[in-house]
Design a protein around this ligand. Sequence first.
Ligand code: XBP
Length: 230
Amino acid sequence: TLRALIFDVDGTLAETEELHRRAFNDTFAAEGVAWHWDRDEYRELLKTTGGKERMLAFAAREAIPFDAEAAARLHKIKTARYADLVDQGGLQLRLGIAELIDKARAQGLKLAIATTTSPQNVDRLCHSCWGRAADEVFDVIAAGDQVARKKPAPDVYQLALQRLGLSAEDTIAFEDTANGVRSARAAGIRVVVTPSMYSGSEDFTGADWILPTLSRANWTADLADLLPAA
Ligand code: XBP
């Protein structure tokens, strides 16, 4: 039986990656780092999950001297900048998310997050989009730095399951990227993909469902039998 829905954040709850990209670029400019990531570059860099890891991967590719300490320092500034950008408003939940979450709640399902980003960023998004703190919207929040290996490793989904006190068969994951699908599947969790602005051309092999959005029309058709009757 289905007992919980587990959501990825970036690209799944909302199209956040342009704000992340801006926060990175603003940080580079403010700190006198001569990097600028345009959309094509960022699409490529998104293959590395996690902001610190992404900067390290970029530096390695460009053979620029850069270490974990430098990444951590810049990332702190980037996270503060991202929070400011989210607080300015303009971020919207993707189509169907608010309704799906309300319906899941009404049916007694638990709600969880399995994300590569930080709990602070999840909280800013929840304040901006729901007007509520993250722990008022979700029962469990499993985040990137709380596990050893980021997506596509299963760690963050395993942590979410552990905190929910459920097994994989009791849950469905919602993702927007190939890395996210691999992570959820590696944890044994069925996964719905809604491709996002940056992930549209990825290979979602392994996904149980691919839906253009989670709008009511899509999930009643495809997920109705998985969601317990009201
Ligand atoms: C999204 C990411 C994140 C964000 C940046 O993964 O890869 O790294 O781009 O977030 P997911 P941080 O959709 O699995 O959450 O800079 O806070 O790491």
